[in-house]
Design a protein around this ligand. Sequence first.
Ligand code: PLP
Length: 499
Amino acid sequence: MTTPRESSIEISKEEFRKIGYQLVDSISDFIDTIDQRPVTSGETPSQIQRVLGDSHLPEQGTSALELFPKAVDLLLNHSLFNSHPKFFGYITSSPTPVGILADLLASAVNPNVGANILSPMATAIEKQTIKWLAEFIGVSPTYGGLLVSGGNMANFTAFLAARTAKAPKSIKEDGLLQAPGEMVFYCSKATHTWIEKAAVLFGHGTKSIRWIATDADNRINNDVLERTIIEDLKNGKKPFMIIGNAGDVSTGVVDNLAGIGTLCKTYDLWFHIDGAYGVPAAVIPELRAMFMGIQEADSIALDPHKWLYCPMEVGCTLVKNPQHLIDTYSSHPVYYNFGNAEDEPSQNYYEYGLQNSRGFRALKVWMALQHIGRNGYVKLIGEDIELAKLLFEGAKRHEELEGLTHHLSIATLRYVPSGTKLGEPEAEKYLNLLNEKLLNELQNGGEAFLSNAVVNGKYCLRGCIVNFRTSKSDIEEILQLIVRMGRKIHGELKVEKLN
Ligand SMILES: *Cc1c(COP(=O)(O)O)cnc(C)c1O
């Protein structure tokens, strides 16, 4: 027997178990009592800084038994909890408990899912997860792709594949300067900010983005889109892709995807769908029509850490012909011995995207998909949509609330004091001020958490329900809370005006 190396990093098996059991106890209590906690502690950054302290880098180590209770206290008593039933902010879901445990298991094995030889089972699990995600949203299971950190990365990964596919073959060597005309791309005004980052990151500049007008319902106007493409072609530009939204980030609208698909065929453009938020709703049979055309997409971004309720971080890029990813990202340095075995080709994920070393994100998605199953997701996602509708209709029914939009699981609404003359410029200006104050107080108050949207110039509160813990009574309580706070702030603003 060899003598183990004396090391301050190891902890004994007994200690590991003790810490682990304590930690699991704390987490299971936390999950069990989440609805009795405030959504957020509402502390300011300087208050948080005081709680954390301002010490220097530790010179000496501290026992793990001491460290964990401290970390648990800091996090469970001074955080914002998106696992709270009244959290509806942005698009951030409650994490599935199975996913929480899966992440622990994944980091215990710690496979490097960049290369098959370093992660034989994890690579196979990621491959299966990708296939299941394609089946989930209703595209051919022959789509390939990979998991990334989130929606932004999923869209970036597809963007570069699109450009490589549509640019002259030499673009990898020559760069953009040799391209025959400025490469331009199309998306609606409602598109998420990732597109600006992509334009900068990949060297096109934001002037290459063609922001296409939307109709009154926030859907891309396909006539304006086509006219813009024709105009660009006339001016010697090189259009290369159209991005359709499957659930825009602000109000949840799905573009006319079939129409975009047709335009892409006509003008030989890459068809990308940003489904980071909304595409999982395609699992619901009654909603299939809304997503018509997705089978035509060359690439699709989706975000399991949103509507599949997986803990962060995990996004996914799906590509109809995965060879495009390899054409874009593959290289074979001499220091890699990841070559295919004689008889069987192996899939090395470093060749599919931007990352090299890659963590085992797939496990939590793979486990959640099995734990919940297609039918479970149909029910959960359907209920989230129903709850958003309840929020919208509750606002429409209430005399002092106005429901503005409802698409998928996003509802927008605002507080309107009785007697307000809607549409009058002065009144609208006041309502914007009032609702902005209302939202800020609501976000810091800890009773519930919504975010904001601006709908046709109207500042409103926005509830996005990707939360399996929310129930009807939460919606009713939140409507009452908004009215109560609205009245209070309206009263305060009146007094301010008088003084
Ligand atoms: C959330 C979202 C993104 C960005 O995704 P992250 O996971 O936050 O990086 C992009 N597009 C849409 C439509 C989104 O909803």
